[in-house]
Write a protein that binds this ligand. Structure first.
Ligand code: NAD
Ligand code: LMR
Length: 340
């Protein structure tokens, strides 16, 4: 159960993320043995907000769980292996993080992962619908622009859909943008934050540099270069890893940051704002969209919208809309087609 207790003073994560409240959440990671799953599980094991940490995968979870369980922090870790143990893993889960699925190799788009990852997300979310229908579902698996609509359609089919509780985790885009802008302006990175709106692939990633805190200004050509670097940062990592996968460590950091803010908001903390890809009516005709969200006890407390955009950013949103709509439709149609 979530509850308010005193804030510990000696926790790495609480210092790193400037947290203010401690909660006791039951968390499940699906895909826990993977490149993201393992470091994410480590960060969650170090979190003062996690009391139970259930790790599910189709491989290696007994070892990962045994290893993590020796760390002297409060979360009780248990491993679950294979589909027959999935329901047990999900019993009582309040937050479910899903990094299960294949990553990109050089030359691939995120959409190229659809054929493998769509059914993985569909089946995992169906298990969530049956066993922990009230849990916050945080989808990391790509292509996020399609896997979030898939998750939503499955919850609808199962009659337990709550759009406030389904998130596509886009935090890594904001983490990267803050890092790149801090470097460019010689600022302390912890003081820099900005919304990233749209979706999570190429041109659908729209950084709102005009809304950066602290305010920063760039000549237009520099602004454009920074924007393109933020949009292509995932590909930068895929190419550097040269066939060995995509971002894992920075993604684990980003997902843990998102999960900690969500858990704190669920425990009653005020002013927890994160961007995520959610069901939306912010842009006409675009049914899922990422932008700042005020998080609360029941997930999305308030969609804060995109705010005021400069003309360049409006143009970026226009460029994102076509791809976003196509990605969303593909996810929704996949679930409909699976029924037949
Ligand atoms: P990985 O291959 O290292 O790990 C994936 C894990 O999923 C493996 O342990 C595998 O056994 C497991 N898995 C596969 N099928 C499963 C199933 N049916 N049930 C449970 N587990 C299953 O990949 P990774 O580097 O951890 O990346 C995982 C996903 O996250 C990819 O789709 C990648 O594109 C995505 N990703 C998203 C973001 C983001 O910002 N949202 C960032 C980085 C990566
Ligand atoms: C990222 O942004 O790093 C992820 O979406 C993984 C990828 O394929 O780029």
């Amino acid at each position: 159960m979530l509850s308010r207790v005193a804030r510990p003073t000696s926790c790495l994560l609480s210092r790193a993320f400037s947290t203010t409240l401690q909660t006791n959440s039951n968390v499940a990671v699906l895909g826990a043995s993977g490149g993201i799953g393992q470091p994410l599980s480590l960060l969650l094991k170090m979190s003062p907000f996690v009391s139970r940490l259930n790790l599910y995968d189709i491989a290696h979870t007994p070892g990962v769980a045994a290893d993590l369980s020796h760390i002297s922090t409060k979360a009780q870790v248990k491993g679950f292996l294979g589909p027959e143990q999935l329901d047990d893993c999900l019993k009582g889960a309040e937050v479910v993080l899903i990094p299960a699925g294949v990553p990109r190799k050089p030359g691939m788009t995120r959409d190229d992962l659809f054929n493998t990852n769509a059914s993985i997300v569909r089946d995992l979310v169906r298990a969530c619908a049956k066993t922990c229908p009230k849990a916050m579902i945080c989808v990391i698996t790509n292509p996020v622009n399609s896997t979030v609509p898939i998750a939503s359609e499955v919850m609808k089919e199962e009659g337990v859909y709550d759009p406030k509780r389904i998130f596509g985790v886009t935090t890594l885009d904001a983490v990267r943008a803050s890092t790149f802008i801090a470097e460019a302006k010689d600022l302390h990175v912890k003081s820099v934050s900005l919304p990233i709106i749209g979706g999570h692939s190429g041109v659908t990633i729209v950084p709102l540099i005009s809304q950066c805190t602290p305010p920063v200004s760039f000549p237009q050509d520099t602004r454009e270069k920074l924007t393109v670097r933020i949009q292509n940062a995932g590909t930068e990592v895929v190419e550097a890893k040269a066939g060995a996968g995509s971002a894992t460590l920075s993604m684990a950091y980003a997902a843990a940051k998102f999960a900690e803010n969500l858990m704190e908001a669920m425990g009653g903390a005020d002013n927890k704002v994160e961007c995520a890809f959610v069901r939306s009516d912010v842009i006409d005709g675009v049914t899922y969209f990422a932008n700042p969200l005020l998080l609360g006890e029941n997930g999305v407390e308030q969609n804060l919208g995109a705010g005021k955009l400069i003309d360049y950013e409006k143009k970026l949103v226009d460029e994102a809309v076509g791809e976003l709509k196509a990605n969303i439709k593909k996810g929704e149609e996949f679930v409909t087609a699976s029924k037949k």
